[in-house]
Design a protein around this ligand. Structure first.
Ligand SMILES: *Cc1c(COP(=O)(O)O)cnc(C)c1O
Length: 232
């Protein structure tokens, strides 16, 4: 990884292409979300100019500030952090994707806020796939109920599932977790309909994006390998 974020971006795209080649997938199926958390606006602007479209933040305030300071209409903003329902109102005017919805209450709030902005917000349902104590996302058993509720929404489109694997370098721990997310998607694909279309699997980060792509990821969320190490 270099200090040059444009070189880093190219390197990541190459990693995505090689991973796709290895498993016979088309790199155009993969959306790269550049996770800019804690990094300066200048970095984001530089990447936007180089054609990068999707950016992710994991804190509501950071996303709000970012969307306010960078007005480029081509940017698509993703919220990827733990979602508190009372924070939806700070992002609904501009956020394009909320990847971390894990309960009906949040969907209800997104629907209300997106509706009053006259917008549609794309949503992924976050599933707890890791074995770590600090769990995030809903349990797999809760998914069906959430999707049935989502089908009737007008301003909220559920477009897939998101998961974070256990934080480890052991890719063979991570692989079955990604596989679990994909299987869960396949098991619920019959609930497609209305505002539900489970085409996306958001999984894979700097350390495990190849495995995620092999297991069916359509979105990878990459921070460190593009922007460099963070201080937390
Ligand atoms: C920080 C973060 C990422 C990116 O992680 P890296 O290891 O820096 O690539 C991806 N997803 C979520 C939810 C994050 O919070």
């Amino acid at each position: 990884m270099s200090n040059n974020i444009l070189e880093n971006l190219t390197a990541i795209k190459n990693r995505i292409s090689s991973a796709c080649e290895k498993c016979g997938r088309n790199p155009e199926e993969i959306t790269l979300v550049a996770v800019s958390k804690t990094k300066p606006d200048e970095d984001v602007v530089q990447l936007l100019k180089a054609g990068q479209v999707h950016f992710g933040e994991n804190r509501a305030k950071a996303l709000e500030d970012r969307m306010a300071s960078i007005s480029d209409s081509k940017a698509e903003w993703h919220f990827i952090g733990t979602l508190q329902t009372n924070k939806v109102k700070y992002m609904a005017h501009r956020v394009n994707w909320i990847q971390s919805v894990h309960k009906k209450k949040a969907l209800k709030e997104i629907e209300k806020r997106a509706g009053s902005e006259g917008r549609t917000i794309n949503v992924l349902i976050q599933i707890n796939i890791s074995s770590e104590d600090q769990k995030s996302g809903c349990e797999p058993e809760e998914l069906e109920n959430i999707l049935k509720y989502a089908a009737n929404l007008k301003h909220t489109k559920v477009l897939g599932l998101m998961g974070m694997a256990t934080f480890t370098d052991d890719l063979e721990v991570v692989r079955p977790e990604f596989r679990k997310l994909r299987t869960l998607r396949d098991e619920h694909i019959h609930l497609n309909g209305g505002a539900v279309d489970l085409k996306h699997l958001s999984m894979g980060m700097t350390n495990d994006l190849e495995v995620a792509i092999e297991e069916g990821a359509t979105m990878v969320r990459v921070g460190t390998a593009i922007f460099g190490e963070r201080n937390y």
